[in-house]
Design a protein around this ligand. Structure first.
Ligand code: FNR
Length: 189
């Protein structure tokens, strides 16, 4: 089974995006193994720390490099993507010449109580991903307008139409990884 590292761009215990990630995990079932990265334990990016890298950083890079794909599930923060997500992306991309993201197939999903469902935040994120060497899945786009009760804390989806749509997203991501994914060493981009 292929492994994907999962970056949830919210540290909130009741995060709707964490619930969405769990729903996608359940839909991927026996096809993908989800390895949830803990973005909350990473220090703020600081070049000085490479002199003696914290365990959270070396662990992050090891798990990225072992994975065949990357899934980002994110809220929108002030029409952009969350700072915790940028911090993790920055750590994974360094030190220079050891970019752990290079060549990784990646998909994005996002949920918000707002009507635009993270579309603006995802557009911001998508603008930087090719420069980091990600192989970005363009379709389907998941901008979930998260009504109360849509997904519970176990990732159970209350609505058949949403379940069907998210199943299609997972199906495409499985194919995307099959086509583009292979573990590879970190390298410069
Ligand atoms: C938000 N929220 C938000 N929502 C949105 O649709 N567009 C936005 O630009 C913003 N901006 C924003 C900034 C900050 C700092 C916070 C904390 C929140 C609301 C956000 O979508 C809502 O809190 C979600 O529930 C966050 O997702 P999680 O944390 O529940 O996964």
């Amino acid at each position: 089974m292929k492994t994907v590292v999962v970056l949830v761009g919210s540290l909130a215990s009741n995060s709707i995006n964490l619930r969405l990630a769990k729903a996608l995990q359940a839909l991927a079932d026996s096809r993908l193994k989800f390895d949830f990265l803990d973005l909350g334990t990473l220090p703020h990016y600081n070049d000085d720390l490479w002199a003696a890298p914290p365990a959270a950083v070396t662990d992050l890079k090891r798990r990225i490099e072992a994975a065949e794909g990357v899934l980002i599930v994110m809220p929108e923060h002030n029409r952009s993507f969350p700072a915790v997500l940028k911090n993790a992306i920055d750590w994974g991309s360094r030190p220079w010449g050891h970019n752990s993201w290079t060549g990784k197939p990646l998909a994005i999903a996002g949920a918000s109580p707002g009507a635009i469902g993270t579309a603006a935040g995802q557009a911001h994120l998508r603008s930087l991903l090719p420069a980091l060497g990600f192989v970005v899945m363009g379709q389907p786009e998941v901008y979930l307008h998260a009504q109360p009760g849509l997904i519970d804390e176990h990732g159970e989806i209350a609505d058949d139409q949403t379940r069907g749509f998210l199943t299609g997203f997972v199906d495409r991501f499985v194919d995307w990884i099959e086509t583009h994914g292979a573990p590879r060493p970190a390298e410069s981009v």
